[in-house]
Design a protein around this ligand. Structure first.
Ligand code: BGP
Length: 472
């Protein structure tokens, strides 16, 4: 049966600089907050870090050849800001510019469209030292960085996004402290996030200026990538339903409304009562946001969360071992908490497997924001893949992705404008808090054996998916 995926649908895969490149201190790159954070004891799983990662920096030609063999039509990757600006701003590192320029050329030579993420969490440490996203100076520096990227790569790259997953880098960076800058200070997090929205709008505005002068082709598009995590209330009780609404407002609407409506959801402003001191947008910032609504939304979908009322405690527990049931908890006292649903299916990292959520999530977003174009910028199964007779047999990944591709097709059937699918990830790479044991790739990296690449079972499966435009 032919699929419902349009002919120009983009089948891709995704990665991020810190997780794949390695070469963390090579050729003039400056340190990022992740370089500093991951080198501190006790911050990551068994002290793993991205110093070497998959060494994609040195092996990108071999990797692009594999992408081509897989049939990938697009590759989503991020640029390491401190590779271009070792100090975050000011002096440009020419070797860094050359690396991305060569990577882009190599992709284009193989007919693969680059999709660039400007910010996938590796803020230059030099900017953290002046306050990071809490400082308005970082907003200026981001614009300078975006400008350099448009100048250097804009003529060859159509698809761009500004930020990846504000929920995670703000939530983990400032609420739970599991990511850098490692704070437990929601008030500061809200302020940092506020600046991220303004930085986003500034980068969109600048992008359009480059488009108007022809330095970026007319078909260039810029979007924002967010976590898409549908929330459902665990019971019909009014307390749980209200808690679920709060989770949606705080974890979804707070992060989508500013980029798609140019304002904060009312509930978030009301949270000022909790002394979070939510800043209102200054009139000029609000106008900037409203005038620069982005062209598409990238959704990263892994799981849904079941929500219940939470009169009890603030808590976070992250399963970083892959031992199922070792606990994945999150709760904000007085607002909501996530709960395990015994009827659901979970991965070994206690993430619910719920393919329909991919469709449901986009339908809910369409209901709130109108008919926006979507790219599914991440989706995948983290697992300890079994090696059987030297082959990586990752059948659970195939099952996971196949059911989510069905859900994407269902979304298209329901009239959602879905334009591309980028599984996480092309190759096995660093999981921020789980190290190298939590694998996502179509390509296995033999860490015992000079980082040799090996095609997994899913590689051959996804190759057929792409070749048949998603037909089964
Ligand atoms: C998303 C990030 C990715 C990636 C993925 C898998 O939040 O954008 O960078 O890491 O999650 O997460 P994890 O590695 O924690 O399993």
């Amino acid at each position: 049966i032919t699929s419902l995926f349009p002919d120009n649908f983009l089948w891709g895969a995704a990665s991020a600089a810190y997780q794949v490149e390695g070469a963390y201190n090579i050729d003039g790159k400056g340190p990022s907050i992740w370089d500093i954070f991951s080198h501190q004891p006790g911050t990551t799983h068994e002290g793993t870090n991205g110093d070497v990662a998959a060494d994609h920096y040195h092996r990108f030609k071999e990797d692009v050849a594999l992408m081509a063999e897989l049939g990938m039509q697009s590759y989503r990757f991020s640029i390491s800001w401190p590779r271009l600006f070792p100090e975050g701003r000011g002096k440009v590192n020419a070797a860094g510019v050359k690396f991305y320029s060569d990577l882009i050329d190599e992709l284009l030579r193989h007919g693969i469209k680059p999709m660039i993420t400007l910010y996938h969490w590796d803020l230059p440490q030099a900017l953290q030292d002046i306050g990071g996203w809490e400082s308005r100076e970082t907003v200026d520096a981001f614009e300078q960085y975006a400008r350099l990227c448009y100048q250097e790569f804009g003529n060859r790259v159509e698809l761009w996004s500004t930020f990846n997953e504000t929920l995670i880098f703000i939530g983990m960076g400032y609420f739970t402290g599991a990511h850098p800058p490692g704070l437990h200070d929601p008030k500061r997090g809200i302020q940092a996030c506020h600046h991220v929205f303004i930085a986003h709008a500034r980068a969109v505005k600048t992008f359009r200026e480059y488009k108007n002068t022809g330095q970026i082709p007319a078909n260039g598009q810029i979007g924002f990538v967010n976590v898409m995590q549908p929330h459902d209330s665990i019971t019909n009780s009014s307390e749980d339903v209200a808690a679920c609404q709060m989770a949606d407002d705080l974890l979804t609407h707070w992060l989508y409304d500013p980029v798609l409506k140019g304002e904060y959801p009312a509930h978030i402003l009301n949270l000022a009562q909790l002394t979070w001191d939510v800043p209102e947008f200054a009139p000029e910032d609000e106008a900037l946001l409203k005038d620069n609504i982005c062209d598409f939304i990238g959704v990263n979908y892994y799981k849904r969360e079941w929500v219940a009322a939470n009169p009890d405690v603030d808590n976070t527990k992250i399963n970083t071992t892959g031992n199922k049931g070792s606990g994945q908890e999150f709760g904000i006292k007085g607002l909501f908490k996530f709960v395990h649903n015994p009827q659901s299916t979970y991965t070994d990292w206690d993430w619910e497997i719920y393919p329909e959520g991919l469709c449901v999530g986009m339908m809910r977003l369409k209901e709130r924001y109108g008919d926006i174009p979507f790219y599914i910028t991440e989706n995948g199964l983290g697992a300890k893949d079994p090696i059987i007779d030297g082959e990586v047999i990752d059948q659970p990944r195939i099952d996971y992705l196949a059911s989510h591709i069905d859900a994407a097709e269902l979304a298209i059937k329901q009239g959602i404008d879905v334009r591309g699918y980028y599984p996480w990830s092309f190759i096995d790479l660093l999981s921020w808090l789980n190290g190298y044991q939590k694998q996502y790739g179509f390509v296995y990296v033999d860490r015992e054996n000079d980082l040799q690449r090996k095609r997994k079972k899913s590689f051959f499966w996804y190759k057929d998916v792409i070749a048949s435009n998603g037909s089964k």
